[in-house]
Design a protein around this ligand. Structure first.
Ligand code: NAD
Length: 477
């Protein structure tokens, strides 16, 4: 398998301006496997200028049907490359290969959706009081910066760049320094499928160095960011200087609420993967479980039994469900939370330690008796750790759910339709699933309330977010 190691600018692989390179370490073996170029500020300038040229000289004015055709070709080429993309992701971040294949297919599906959306995306006609003809049009912005994290590198790169491109913008994509490979593969495959040079550039490199240069570049019209809340705050601050458009998909501490009337056996069996999938490195991880008291003890037993059945290990094996954490430092961060929990009255119902041997593995960990004031209860851990607590009263439970500064996702288990509607309305989150753990649908908006973000990815809402809305009035006389 060829591993991309350079920048992708103006339709070609480029060496960066400096000789700086970042070593990538396979999280399953702790061995360095490749060095990837690290862009610097002059590379940012070159990439943004090339994207601006591509925008002005063609992509902006391309007929929607042609743009749609090119994006369908990209989607098809991505489908043909699912195996390679999945293998790169597994090697790079330790994602279980079965999940990596699903995510590669999701990326292709995102391109299909927005390829189709191009010719279904329009404005309104408005019956203004003065007569004449009034209509709105959605216009592309220009060059958009898409900055993405390391936990779902490929699908997020796709769900940011595809709607931006479909709306007629050019994109400079910055993957996280830990996970550049599949973003580079995306550019290579897209270009090979007919995306014109300069329309999509990919710059691996450090967030603080080139991320900020990208955000503050005068030709960047919008920044679409997914990552931590603290970096999101910094980006919003920087973008405010030029009133740049921003959309921010940030951290989470999502609840999983189980009522006694629900099919709680099914909830108990499926809920471990709602928090431990991707080794808990998931903004939507259901890391706080609220279980109604009458079924709490039985639920906990079933949840722990299901957790113990999870297959943790080599991410290259097709049966593996939980791989290693992305890096030694991410594991160390999670271990600090675990040692904090040990110093309090929390009970470790299972997990809490590493696996023996190489690899940044951490066992799925279930905590009971966690105080709501403890860090494990209210901070985003971003690792395989869940807190389970009983509740007696719906209103009190909802106050605790909404006490979180985050509001990204969550699940609710009940067979009472009225309760489902009442609680779904009351939970302060951008996404909520009833009797399910899904958070992401390509066709529906995805994003957070409160400190979980601003704006929405996916669905037609994301495409709107990559346009300016113009109103045109034509006088009749
Ligand atoms: P991060 O904030 O450290 O980095 C995200 C991206 O921002 C990376 O590409 C990084 O290089 C870049 N970056 C870092 N500093 C920057 C700066 N000063 N200016 C511009 N760019 C900068 O996040 P991470 O550790 O890669 O990802 C984990 C976080 O992402 C978690 O908080 C998680 O909840 C969040 N996340 C959110 C969603 C969502 O959709 N809401 C999805 C996935 C991950």
């Amino acid at each position: 398998m060829t591993v991309p190691t350079r920048l992708f600018v103006d339709g070609a692989w480029r060496e960066p301006a400096s000789a700086a390179r970042v070593s990538l370490i396979n999280p399953a073996t702790e061995e360095k496997f490749v060095e990837v170029a690290s862009a610097e500020v002059s590379d940012v300038n070159a990439a943004v200028e090339s994207a601006q040229r591509a925008w002005e000289s063609g992509w902006r004015d391309l007929a929607p049907g042609k743009r749609s055709e090119i994006l369908f070709n990209v989607a098809r080429a991505l489908r043909e490359n699912i195996e390679r993309i999945a293998e790169l992701e597994t090697l790079n971040i330790g994602k279980p290969i079965a999940d990596a294949r699903d995510e590669a297919a999701l990326g292709a599906r995102v391109f299909e959706f927005y390829a189709g959306a191009v010719t279904m995306f329009g404005g309104q006609t408005i019956p203004v009081a003065r007569g004449g003809f009034d209509f709105t049009m959605r216009q592309p912005m220009g060059v958009v910066a898409c900055i993405v994290p390391w936990n779902f590198p490929f699908p997020i790169a796709c769900w940011k760049s595809a709607p931006a491109l479909a709306a007629g913008n050019c994109v400079v994509l910055k993957p996280a320094s830990l996970s550049p490979l599949t973003a580079l593969a995306l550019a290579e495959v897209a270009h090979g499928a007919g995306l014109p040079s300069g329309v999509l550039q990919v710059l691996p490199g450090s967030g603080s160095a080139i991320g900020e240069a990208l955000v503050t570049h005068p030709l960047i019209r919008k920044v679409s960011f997914t990552g931590s809340t603290s970096v999101g705050q910094r980006i919003m601050e920087l973008a405010s200087r030029d009133i740049k458009r921003v959309s921010l998909e940030l951290g989470g501490k999502s609840p999983n609420i189980v009522f006694a009337d629900s099919d709680w056996h099914r909830a108990a069996e499926t809920s471990p993967m709602s928090v431990f999938a991707n080794t808990g490195q998931d903004c939507c991880a259901r890391s706080r479980m609220f279980v109604e008291r009458p079924v709490f003890d039985r639920f906990v037993d079933a949840f722990i039994a299901a957790t113990k059945k999870l297959i943790v290990g080599d991410p290259a094996k097709p049966e593996t469900q939980i791989g290693p954490m992305v890096s030694a430092s991410q594991r160390a961060t999670v271990e600090e939370y675990l040692s904090d929990a040990r110093g309090r009255r929390s009970k470790f119902a299972c997990g809490g330690g590493r696996l023996s041997g190489k690899g940044y593995y951490l066992q799925p960990t279930v905590l009971l008796d966690v105080d709501t004031a403890d860090r494990c209860w209210h901070e985003e851990i971003f690792g395989p750790v869940v807190c389970l607590a009983p509740f007696d009263d719906e209103a009190q439970m909802l106050r605790e759910v909404n006490a979180s500064p985050y509001g990204l996702s969550g699940s609710l288990w009940t067979n009472d339709l009225r309760r489902a509607l009442r609680v779904a309305r009351a939970v302060e989150s951008g996404v909520l699933s009833v009797n399910s753990h899904s958070s992401v649908h390509v066709e529906a908006p995805f994003g957070g309330f409160k400190r979980s973000g601003l704006g929405r990815d996916l669905g037609m809402t994301a495409m709107e977010g990559y346009t300016e809305l113009k109103n045109v009035y034509i006088a009749e006389s």
